[in-house]
Design a protein around this ligand. Structure first.
Ligand code: HAS
Length: 574
């Protein structure tokens, strides 16, 4: 379909800005693996220190890129399916707020005034502009939801008995989750962090801040994931040459995300002392609930791929795997999606390990954790984002994809990199290798008393994976910007692949309306979170020992001459 110049421009900017920033995000990802492998024994390189780099890496890749993309992609989906455009003023105002917020936060990070990582846990303190910037980015991304709701209700009035298109349903659900979960982080920023960062309040309730953050933080991961799921359900079967196995399965999965995405954040706080065991158990059980829609997705998409493979001539039980268009440059989106799904099998399994209260004790805050999340957010999510960014830009600008054969191998190269990288991290994590630590200064520095040789192979493996990932990401940048710089050769259109459903079940009103789901969501949220927030408010904790960026050992223990960490462990062995 044809769309206005204004919408085209808006989508180009919303895709182009975060992809440009990704250059910084990727550079700092590679630097992480280099520091951690002990190849650098310094606290900074090229004027940027380890924690500053890690903050830039997390904020740009996991927050800025994902949020800008979700808004751009959702504009495209809503316009394409509802055949009407979003309001210009609202969309550009949302864009302006997101850009202003990003500039403010980027300044604070680059100036070294906000090395607080993407979770900005207190007592780490950032410059007020970092918090304000984050708040503006979020508020900017809220605005389109209200406009899309208006577009949707106009469409619904004209089509009262037609099923809401699955992609539209997914988009609205995603942004409702986003709106609800970000209310908590907005409260954390405006009421707790900003007054403290500005010196108006002297102290802060760290546990409450963490609990509010994780109310937002786990739902955030589904806000990242749902655009990819929308692509898997509504585009992948068609690209594979088949049909979506069941439309109803997709609807059920999406509504389950609405119920379970938010009330599970305490599973990030299993080790926090102030929250009682009952709440941890309850949210642990709900965490298994939030895996159900992903299991539904795994079976539905596998069945859709099997159908496609058989249609393409496959025989035998698993022969369909051999009849899918893995390397077709004209259907490169298939490559990005199948590669992401493959990684998500491992991302899902490691997530189930994290969700277990007992196993979590072993892996919490170890390198296992980035191993898990690089197979989720840097797996299906990142691949869907970069593949779709190239696709949307190329279609809407009428420019052909630059280096199409390279483009189709990028996702597989990325998969190889991530598998090696995450294997190193997961292996190291099981041996106690900590996350978020400049290992090159201590544990991976042979001259240091904390040197831990067990982590040499694990960090080297992660370094090898990191180099391959960097090559894949650099190739993506060449393809994306190469496409931007090439000449227009085709008609400029907004066109998305649309999968028909093999089982197109008749419309069931419960799965085509939001009210009962929103009410149930509210009830589960209150039951899961009221006691957690009460606990956190009542028990602020007695305060953590002080750490300095250059050492994983608390200051007091160092002053008292005590050894901690693996050295202490080894010395205490009989
Ligand atoms: Fe997670 C920590 C539990 C999913 C991201 N997670 C994190 C962190 C991040 C993150 C960033 O319970 C770290 C936060 C921090 O900085 O501290 N996670 C889960 C569970 C799931 C899960 C149960 N996580 C995700 C997704 C993420 C993500 C999705 C990003 C997008 N996670 C945890 C827990 C922690 C945690 C604890 C805290 C740990 C701690 O101690 O700090 C589930 O949603 C996973 C369900 C997924 C599945 C997989 C389904 C498989 C599919 C693929 C099918 C493939 C096909 C194709 C059909 C059940 C759909 C096959 C093709 C071939 C060619 C073979």
């Amino acid at each position: 379909m044809q769309v206005s110049k204004s919408l085209k421009r808006l989508i180009y900017w919303e895709l182009g800005i975060p992809v440009t920033l990704l250059i910084i995000g990727i550079y700092h990802g590679l630097m992480q693996t280099i520091y951690r492998a002990g190849a650098i024994n310094e606290s900074k390189m090229a004027g940027l220190d380890y924690y500053q780099g890690l903050t830039l890496h997390g904020v740009i890749n996991a927050v800025v890129l994902t949020t800008f993309f979700a808004v751009a992609f959702s504009h495209a989906v809503m316009t394409f399916y509802l055949k009407r455009e979003p309001n210009k003023t609202v969309s550009w105002l949302s864009f302006a707020l997101m850009v202003t917020g990003t500039v403010m936060a980027s300044w604070a990070m680059l100036a070294g005034k906000a090395s607080v990582l993407y979770t900005f846990y207190p007592p780490l303190k950032a410059h007020p502009l970092f918090y304000l910037g984050a708040a503006l980015l979020i508020v900017g991304s809220w605005l389109p939801l209200f406009d899309w709701a208006r577009m949707y209700s106009a469409w619904k009035k004209e089509n009262p008995n037609t099923k809401t298109p699955l992609a539209v349903l997914g988009t609205l659900i995603n942004f409702i989750i986003w709106f609800v979960c970000t209310l908590a982080v907005a409260y954390e920023v405006l009421v707790l962090l900003l007054p403290w960062a500005m010196g108006i309040k002297a102290t802060i309730n760290v546990t409450l801040a963490r609990t509010l953050f994780w109310f937002f933080g786990h739902a955030l991961v589904y806000f990242w994931l749902l655009p990819a799921y929308i692509m898997f359900y509504t585009m992948l079967p068609k690209l594979a040459g088949g049909k979506l196995y069941s439309d109803l399965a997709g609807r059920i999965a999406l509504f389950l995300f609405l119920l379970f995405s938010v009330p599970v954040g305490v599973h990030h706080q299993f080790s926090d002392p102030s929250i009682t065991k009952g709440i941890k158990l309850f949210q642990g059980v709900l965490t298994y609930g939030v895996a159900i829609p992903s299991f539904i997705t795994a079976f539905t998409i596998a069945a859709s791929l099997e159908y496609a493979g058989r249609r393409n001539g496959a025989k035998g039980l698993l022969g369909f795997f051999a009849k899918l268009p893995y390397l077709d440059p004209n259907r490169y989106l298939f490559a990005y999606m199948i590669a992401g799904l493959f990684l998500f099998v491992f991302g899902g399994v490691t997530g189930m390990v994290n969700a277990s209260y007992q196993l979590n004790n072993i892996v919490h805050n170890t390198a296992w954790m980035p191993g898990h999340f690089h197979m989720t957010v840097a797996g299906p999510v990142f691949l869907a984002i970069i593949g779709m960014s190239t696709y949307l830009y190329s279609k809407m600008s009428g420019k052909r994809v630059f280096l199409p054969r390279i483009n189709v191998i990028i996702p597989y190269l990325w998969v190889i990199g991530i598998l090696i990288f995450s294997a190193g991290l997961s292996w190291g994590g099981l041996q106690g290798e900590p996350r978020r630590t400049n290992l090159g200064l201590t544990y991976l520095n042979p001259k240091h008393e904390l040197f831990t040789p067990e982590w040499v192979p694990t960090t080297l493996l992660a370094l090898c994976g990191g180099i391959i990932m960097t090559v894949a990401a650099a190739l993506f940048l060449v393809v994306f910007f190469g496409t931007m710089l090439s000449r227009r050769r085709e008609e400029q259109v907004l066109d998305l692949p649309v999968s028909e459903a093999l089982h197109n079940e008749k419309r069931i009103p419960l799965f085509d309306t939001f009210k009962p789901w929103l009410v149930t969501m509210g009830i589960i949220l209150v039951v899961a979170y009221a006691p957690a927030l009460l606990d956190a408010s009542k028990n602020p904790g007695k305060g953590a020992p002080q750490f300095l960026p250059e050492s994983p050992v608390p200051v007091e223990s160092k002053a008292a001459g005590q050894k901690t960490g693996p050295v202490a462990k080894l010395e205490s062995k009989p």
